[in-house]
Each structure stands twice: as structure tokens, then as C-alpha cells.
Design a protein around this ligand. Structure first.
Ligand SMILES: NC(=O)c1ccc[n+]([C@@H]2O[C@H](COP(=O)([O-])OP(=O)(O)OC[C@H]3O[C@@H](n4cnc5c(N)ncnc54)[C@H](O)[C@@H]3O)[C@@H](O)[C@H]2O)c1
Length: 430
């Protein structure tokens, strides 16, 4: 058993710990650091964020009241390049959460070997209660407050929960106004008209397909006879479903928050998308049958892609999964308590920091294109994405084979090793 050191008991009293993303990330860090025999000093460096900024943003609301919002930006590591990571707007954003997510970005960028460190930002606010102009003012003032901290060579934000292309356009504009010149490369996830990359919106789902293709090759499976169950029919799950169906996979089941739809012969994904557009739900689709959404994830399949949210596979249900391959489209869909159960079952896991890294990889391409001032065709973006995802998959499984560990631990070990190596080569400046 590989993650024995972190295998806790599964009483309800520690369920709260099980669902804490910071503890999950730390448990995986600890396992990888121990296996790599990283010395204590290096572990301290890698555990600790480089810089943390807290800003308090005064914003005039539409009704004339003045409100103060709190925002964060954390740079976990800049050892391998500028910090990279999203900005989220939500009422429950906390410094602790932003710290954990920034570290996660460091490992994700390192596992796909792109020249970025990890960062994350957030503003405590409730977007559904705010108008567009209030959100614009929050965004612009937040950008002005963190202006010295970010930049194409320092820290490159991107969209995350409740932020989008428009938010990135406001950040790019505000930053450029302060810099007195247009600086498109300060953020990624921009509209294409402002220097965004072709292929970005499909990139994460496409990345999931590319690594699943690699897993099939390794396990001697064929696309045409491979059943796929996908939880979440949004950006990641919807794109993965569309691309994989087109490539010949049998997408037998889609699970959403309000129901699940099944067809043993494979769903017509384009028709299901139209159905959802017309009715607002995937249920009641003529090309499939509605099934119990809570049981759908546990049906027998070759590939399961959880692409909705975190903590869906836990110590309580991991033993019930009947999939050969688990491709983690979402961030943190499996708790660290579920890891040893899945490992014992022999599920071939493509861990989130690898499986969903297609998004940050095409963000990297966006940054490169903005700095070049030369924009690539969609085909070129897709080809280069494929090259990076295939190489990263091969690196992870080779690492797993070499060290006799599972893929998740291998991905963490590989990324910790890469960041530690960069720090050793640069030396500690004092
Ligand atoms: N979008 C990206 O490029 C990207 C990149 C890396 C990681 N991720 C991660 O992937 C996950 C999904 O992101 P997204 O951008 O596709 O979000 P999204 O909001 O576009 O899609 C999520 C979908 O999941 C559905 N959903 C929510 N709760 C559910 C539940 N309990 N059961 C089934 N379905 C449920 C939602 O209705 C929605 O359709 C998140 O964990 C995100 O952090 C996204």
C-alpha cells in the first residue's frame, strides 16, 4: 500500500478533515516528500508560500453606499517562472483556501513542465448579489491594489470560480492603464479579440481526452469499445464528452446535479447539448433513459470522468467504483482518504494535476502568443497541447514505474522534484 502513512480511519468525526482541500493537498505533499526523501529545509521552502498579499478594496455600490471588500493574492512559488493561477469571487474565499490553491497550481504547472510557478487570488464577495458595474469596480480596484505584485513576468492571473473572460478584460485594461501601455500577457483566459488563445475553451476537456487515450494504449483498450461515464456537463465535462464522442468513445452516461441520462449504445452528445439548451436539463432526453443520479457513478465502465466538483469520491464510496480508469477532470474529486482504497482496487488514476492541466497549458500558450504578438491557428494550439499532455502522461507513468508508486503519488513526486531542483540550481539568495 503506497499511501499508508496518510491512511486515516474513516469515522464520521473526521469527515470534516476528509473534505478539507488544504489537508488533502498537505497529505499528498507529505507522502511525496517522504518518498523523495526531501530534506526538512527543502520541505519547509516548498510548503511555505513565497508571498501573500491582503488588500481591502473600497467600492461605491450602485445605491451610493460605500463598501469595503477583502481580496487576496498568494504566490506560492516563482522558482520555475512567474506565478500562475486563477482569481475567484465567492463569499467563502479565505486566505487559507487561496494558499492551498496556489500550491496546487505550482504542482500542476510543474507536472506538465511549463515555465510557471503557482499563484491564486480571490475576493470575498457574492457575485449574484452584485451588478456588472459593481463587479467591474471591484475588479478594477482589486487590480490597482495588486498592480505591483502581478505582471507578465511576475504573476499571471486567470479566471476561476465566478470570474470570466470579461473579468480578465477589465484586469488587462486596468493593468495596462497603470503601465501606460497595453499589456495583454498580464492575464490569460481573455476574449480572443483581446489576445486570448484559440482552443482555450476546449483545452481542459481536450486534455482529458488526450490522457485517457494514453491510458487506453497502456491498458490495451480501444476507443470504440470503451464506455465512458462523465459527471458534470459544463465546460470540462461537456467538452470532454463532445470531443470523445466525436473520436469514437461510447459516452454511455452523463450525470448532472439534477439527474443522469444513460444509453448503453452511446449518447448523441450534440443532441443532448441541444436538449439541455431547450429544456434547461439533461433529463427527459429522448436519446437515452433517466437513471438514478446518485447510483450512476458506480456503474461498471471503462472510464469515469468526475468533472463537476471536489470531494465526490470519498472513504465512504470509493470501494463501490467499478471503473478501470479514473480521469480526474475536476480539481480534487477524490479525497485523500479515498486514495488507498482506489489504489488497492487497482483503478488506473489520471490525477487532477495532470488530467485537467490542458487548461493551464493553453493559458501558457496564450501568454506566449501575447508576448510574441503572433497568434497561432487552432490546429497548432491543439497539436502543441497534445504534445505536452502526452509527454506529461509518459513522464508520470514512467516515474510511477520507476519508483513503484501509483500515478497520483508519481505526479506529486515528479512536480516536487522539479520545483526542488529549480530551487537548488538557483540557490538561496541571501
Ligand atoms: N474550466 C477549466 O478550464 C478547468 C480547468 C481545470 C480544472 N477545472 C475544474 O473542473 C471542474 C469543473 O469546472 P467547469 O469549468 O467545467 O465548471 P462548470 O461550472 O462549467 O461545470 C460544472 C458542471 O457540473 C455540474 N454539477 C455541479 N454539481 C454537480 C453534482 N453534484 N453532480 C453532477 N454535476 C454537478 C454543474 O451543473 C455544471 O454543469 C471544477 O472542479 C474546476 O475547478 C476546470
Amino acid at each position: 500500500m503506497i499511501l499508508e502513512a496518510t491512511m486515516p480511519s474513516t469515522t464520521s468525526s473526521n469527515l470534516e478533515d476528509e473534505f478539507n482541500p488544504r489537508l488533502s493537498a498537505e497529505a499528498r505533499f507529505d507522502s511525496a516528500a517522504a518518498k523523495l526523501q526531501l530534506d526538512d529545509g527543502m520541505q519547509k521552502v516548498l510548503r511555505t508560500p513565497s508571498r501573500e498579499l491582503i488588500v481591502h478594496i473600497p467600492v461605491m455600490l450602485d445605491d451610493g453606499r460605500l463598501e469595503v471588500f477583502t481580496g487576496y493574492r498568494v504566490q506560492h512559488s516563482i522558482a520555475r517562472g512567474p506565478a500562475k493561477g486563477g482569481i475567484r469571487y465567492a463569499p467563502d474565499v479565505s486566505l487559507d483556501e487561496v494558499r492551498a490553491l496556489a500550491a496546487w497550481m505550482t504542482w500542476k504547472c510543474a507536472v506538465v513542465n511549463i515555465p510557471f510557478g503557482g499563484g491564486k487570488g480571490g475576493v470575498i464577495c457574492d457575485p449574484p448579489l452584485l451588478s456588472d458595474s459593481e463587479l467591474e469596480r471591484i475588479t478594477r480596484r482589486y487590480t490597482a491594489e495588486i498592480f505591483d505584485f502581478i505582471g507578465p513576468e511576475k504573476d499571471v492571473p486567470a479566471p476561476d470560480m465566478n470570474t470570466n473572460e470579461q473579468t480578465m478584460a477589465w484586469i488587462m485594461d486596468t493593468y495596462s492603464m497603470h503601465a501606460r501601455q497595453t499589456q495583454a500577457a498580464v492575464v490569460t483566459g481573455k476574449p480572443i479579440a483581446l489576445g486570448g488563445s484559440r482552443g482555450r475553451s476546449e483545452a481542459t476537456g481536450r486534455g482529458c481526452m488526450i490522457v485517457t487515450d494514453q491510458a487506453l494504449r497502456r491498458l490495451g483498450l480501444e476507443r470504440g469499445s470503451t464506455r465512458v461515464v462523465i459527471q458534470g456537463f459544463g465546460n470540462v465535462g461537456g467538452m470532454a464528452a463532445r470531443l470523445m464522442a466525436r473520436a469514437g468513445y461510447k459516452i454511455v452516461c452523463i450525470i448532472e446535479w439534477d439527474g443522469a441520462v444513460y444509453n448503453a449504445k452511446g449518447l448523441d452528445i450534440a443532441a443532448l447539448m441541444n436538449h439541455r439548451k431547450e429544456t434547461g436539463s439533461i433529463t427527459g432526453f429522448a436519446g437515452g433513459e433517466d437513471i438514478d443520479k446518485t447510483e450512476a457513478m458506480f456503474q461498471e465502465t471503462e472510464v469515469l470522468i468526475p468533472a463537476a466538483k471536489e470531494n465526490v469520491i470519498t472513504s465512504q464510496n470509493a470501494h463501490r467504483l467499478r471503473t478501470r480508469i479514473l480521469c480526474e477532470g475536476a480539481n480534487g474529486p477524490c479525497t485523500h482518504f479515498a486514495d488507498p482504497i482506489l489504489s488497492d482496487k487497482g483503478v488506473f488514476i489520471i490525477p487532477d494535476i495532470l488530467a485537467n492541466a490542458g487548461g493551464v497549458t493553453v493559458s501558457y500558450f496564450e501568454w506566449v502568443q501575447d508576448r510574441q504578438g503572433y497568434f497561432w491557428s487552432e490546429q497548432m494550439v491543439n497539436d502543441r497541447l497534445e504534445e505536452i499532455m502526452v509527454n506529461s502522461f509518459q513522464d508520470v507513468v514512467a516515474y510511477a514505474d520507476k519508483h513503484g508508486v501509483n500515478n497520483r503519488l508519481a505526479a506529486y513526486m515528479l512536480s516536487l522534484d522539479r520545483v526542488a531542483q529549480a530551487i537548488r540550481l538557483r540557490g538561496i539568495y541571501a
